[in-house]
Design a binder for this molecule. Structure first.
Ligand SMILES: [Ca+2]
Length: 408
């Protein structure tokens, strides 16, 4: 074929393409919208489903527990059991059908000093528990130390009570502010919440002391070292303070949690006498944040003796005062379940004393919080099951409830 015929072929193809494009533009610009597309225009977009305002209610799951302090679950989505920690030193299982096993999963009452803010306070399963059978507890021992220990699940599916391996034993100068939360982060490291040691006003200024583990959240690697190693990249991993420290300046971070979707960290810090607060750490953080206590209680100066300028401290995203008989914040979780779509993305937390449960959302860069439900329970802890449904414990009534939304 000659070059000339090739050129003509290309010209014809180009003209046809132009004609088709022109027809399409005309059709899109001048056609009457069809009935279907009119309906689509009026309907809410699929990315922003319209829900009724949530009607948050508590639905009883199981009762008969004695002073529940924590609720934990397995990392495997297929295992929807709840593990309820009782302060005196037992862990009991609620099965998916809501039945409660009569035999405890763990019983270490003989090791635990319980009462006030002491006792068995925290539980976290290893992310690979299905392979290694490891889980971790935080308790007050008979000499008032905080102990973080590993246990192994035996062949009968219950904890082997003789398998204890102590990771940390931290003397507590006073009986209160023991922290207690344990959680594995998205990085696979174990995070450990420790209060400032107690009394009032942090008399030994421990939360601001980089060489003291109290008043901090620690981050350790339980998969290397004996009994653990410092997590790579910790702020003082190569000096300047204790290598275990992840963040500091906390009074009593009784409950903290990771958003299971984003990896963001929410730290609820119990206040001294006036202000309860929630601190936020984005998943991109490299640690080292100083959340201010005892220089600041919430956003208010508390005792600035020896403190740096105000901008050295990270302010909370949320705070509330002690009106309406509020007294002590119990941090919860960002809802990431599937049963209640109108609750997705909301951070739940509550007050131990007056039973109010709040939920918070980020709106236009600010955090906005609202009352979700006013209850009469003593909110000691929230918990998630393995697929992100939320639960809450009544410390006095010994009951575990699921958080539900009856409006959607
Ligand atoms: Ca603070």
């Amino acid at each position: 074929m000659s070059k000339m015929r090739f050129r003509w072929l290309w010209v014809i193809i180009a003209l046809e393409v132009l004609a088709i494009a022109g027809l399409l533009i005309w059709a899109l610009a001048f056609r009457e919208p069809s009935q279907q597309s009119k309906e689509q225009a009026n309907a809410p977009s699929q990315n922003e489903p319209a829900f009724n305002a949530p009607q948050v209610e508590l639905s009883q799951i199981a009762t008969g527990f004695t002073r529940p302090t924590a609720i934990a679950s397995m990392p495997m989505a297929s295992d929807k059991r709840l593990f309820v920690v009782e302060q005196a030193g037992t862990i009991r299982i609620i099965n998916e059908d809501k039945s409660v096993d009569s035999t405890p999963f763990l019983d270490i009452r003989s090791k635990v000093l319980s009462g006030g803010e002491m006792g068995l306070l925290g539980l976290a399963f290893h992310p690979k528990v299905a392979e290694n059978n490891f889980f971790y507890v935080n308790y007050t021992d008979r000499s008032s130390n905080t102990v973080v220990a590993r246990y192994t699940i035996g062949s009968d599916g219950r904890a082997d009570r003789n398998s204890e391996k102590v990771l940390l034993k931290i003397p507590q100068p006073y009986t209160n502010h023991n922290g207690g939360q344990l959680a594995f982060g998205p990085d696979g490291y174990l995070y450990i919440g420790l209060g400032d040691g107690g009394s009032a006003g942090d008399p030994n200024n421990r939360a601001q002391n980089k060489n003291d583990l109290l008043g901090k959240i620690l981050r350790i690697n339980v998969d290397e070292g004996d009994p653990y190693s410092i997590a790579a990249g910790n702020p003082f991993a190569s000096g300047g303070g204790r290598g275990e420290i992840w963040v500091m300046g906390l009074r009593n971070p009784w409950r903290f949690s990771f958003d299971r979707q984003t990896g963001d960290l929410f730290i609820a810090d119990v206040g001294q006498g006036e202000i309860e607060e929630v601190n936020f750490q984005a998943s991109t953080s490299r640690g080292g944040e100083n959340y201010g206590w005892r220089c600041f209680e919430g956003t208010r100066a508390y005792n600035t003796d020896g403190c740096e300028s105000e901008n050295a401290y990270v302010k909370p995203i949320l705070e509330y005062d002690h009106s309406d008989d509020r007294c002590s914040i119990t941090g919860g979780y960002v809802y990431r379940g599937s049963q209640y779509p109108a609750l997705i993305g909301r951070y739940f937390y509550g007050d131990y004393c007056n039973g109010q449960i709040f939920y918070a959302q980020q709106a236009g860069g600010n955090w906005e919080s609202a009352l979700a439900i006013a209850t009469t329970i003593k909110i000691s802890t929230f918990g998630e099951n393995s697929v992100g449904e939320l639960f809450v414990a009544d410390y006095d009534g010994g009951t575990i409830y699921q958080i539900t939304d009856t409006a959607n």
